[in-house]
Design a protein around this ligand. Structure first.
Ligand code: NDP
Ligand code: F7E
Length: 329
């Protein structure tokens, strides 16, 4: 039976990925330091998953990397300090610790020789100069090349992801082992932490239903490429064996949605039409971050969860949570 190590497996992406790995019959070892208040959840559920072999280490993955090397067919490296825009902008030096974590990953992989390292990079690795009001376009995988001049990524977080991909290239070239990377755009899903815009705006609009005016952060004209977590996990599952060694693939839909449009669509589903305005004292980040999908399409990938369906799922989930809360008090 194939064995997978998932670092950062108690986080948002990790929870969904582990469910898929267990469903597909893999043995899973999860390492997560489970810091309180970060949205990470204890993996009790997986220990009870029917027929699964699941092991949990509650520790920093760098501590795990010091243990005697074991055989893994896959390593999904998700461990990173992320936490949404406020964290990325306010805790730049803390986030830079991701550089140290990724360095230890690649050094460990050189010793442990797993079958394949799947590195979670980010669309934040793309040059911010291609994401401005005056100069933006769909971001395609070849816009990051370590053979040509390289642009400036988004904050210390983007530098860590870009450097992580560079270390992957060195690892593949130097040791001839297999590794691939994914660059998620704005992944979202029902159980995502409220530090992220999709659940935060849905929750706020549910609470403010009927108000004549609602707000989103920044100008509200900035755009993101929202991709449901089910599609992210599916794309990874379908391509992890197909990508060439050292390749990176976007996880994106190719559809740009401004935050004003997002809030208007959410409000319509809730059942009213408020005026949506920006909040200029809140962080906006880059203006336009959306991913080209040509390479994904060449692997036969197409997202299955539309934005409308993703909103409906999120609203149902938040309403159910609210009902459970109301019953509990
Ligand atoms: N969600 C998205 O749309 C995107 C995600 N990504 C990348 O995908 C990966 C997963 O993201 P996501 O699930 O959203 O983020 P989360 O913050 O939800 O999950 C990351 C997990 O990593 C854990 N972690 C952090 N540092 C360490 C460490 N040194 N050792 C062990 N565990 C650690 C965190 O634990 P704790 O919080 O308890 O410290 C957390 O549970 C990240 O690498 C992220 O950069 C990239 C682009 C977009
Ligand atoms: C790919 C990359 O993607 C992400 O980077 P990000 O997009 O900069 O950060 P974010 O997901 O926190 O979205 C922030 C955007 O959302 C706008 N926004 C509007 N209204 C609300 C709002 O009400 N709440 C919040 N939190 N944000 C709002 C806000 O103004 C800003 O424009 C990271 O998740 C990172 O993990 C990553 O790897």
């Amino acid at each position: 039976m194939a064995r997978a190590l998932v670092t950062g497996g108690c986080g948002f992406v990790g929870r969904h990925l582990i469910k898929r790995l267990l469903t597909e019959g893999l043995d899973v070892v999860c390492v997560d330091q489970l810091v309180e208040g970060t949205g990470a959840r204890h993996p009790d559920l997986w220990q009870r998953f029917p027929g699964s072999r699941f092991t949990f280490f509650e520790e920093d993955c760098r501590t795990f990397f010091l243990r005697p090397a074991e055989r893994f067919d896959y390593v999904f490296h998700l461990a990173a300090l992320v936490g949404g825009r406020v964290t990325l902008e306010a805790r730049t030096l803390d986030v830079a610790e991701d550089l140290a974590v990724d360095t230890e990953l690649w050094k460990w992989a050189a010793r442990a020789k797993p079958g394949c390292v799947v590195f979670f990079s980010s669309s934040a690795a793309y040059p911010v100069s291609l994401q401005t009001v005056a100069n933006h376009r769909l971001l395609s995988e070849d816009m990051i090349s370590f053979e040509a001049a390289i642009g400036v990524p988004d904050l210390s977080y983007g530098w860590a992801k870009l450097t992580g991909e560079y270390l992957m290239k060195l690892y593949v070239e130097r040791y001839g082992h297999r590794a691939v990377a994914y660059r998620p755009f704005s992944g979202y899903g029902e159980d995502q932490d409220l530090a992220y815009p999709f659940p935060a705006i849905c929750r706020r609009l549910l609470n403010e239903r009927g108000a004549p005016e609602v707000f989103v952060w920044g100008s509200g004209r900035q755009c993101r490429d929202f991709i449901h977590i089910d599609d992210c996990v599916d794309f990874i599952w379908q391509t992890k064996e197909l990508l060439p060694d050292g390749a990176s693939l976007n996880l994106s839909t190719g559809l740009a949605t401004s935050f004003m449009e997002l809030a208007e669509t959410i409000a319509r589903q809730i059942g009213w039409n408020p005026v949506v305005n920006g909040l200029c004292d809140r962080p906006e980040g880059v203006f336009y971050r959306c991913g080209d999908t040509a390479l994904q399409r060449s692997y036969g990938l197409a997202p299955r969860v539309s934005l409308e369906e993703g909103i409906a799922r999120m609203l149902n989930h938040l309403r159910m949570e609210q009902e459970q809360y109301d019953i509990a008090i």
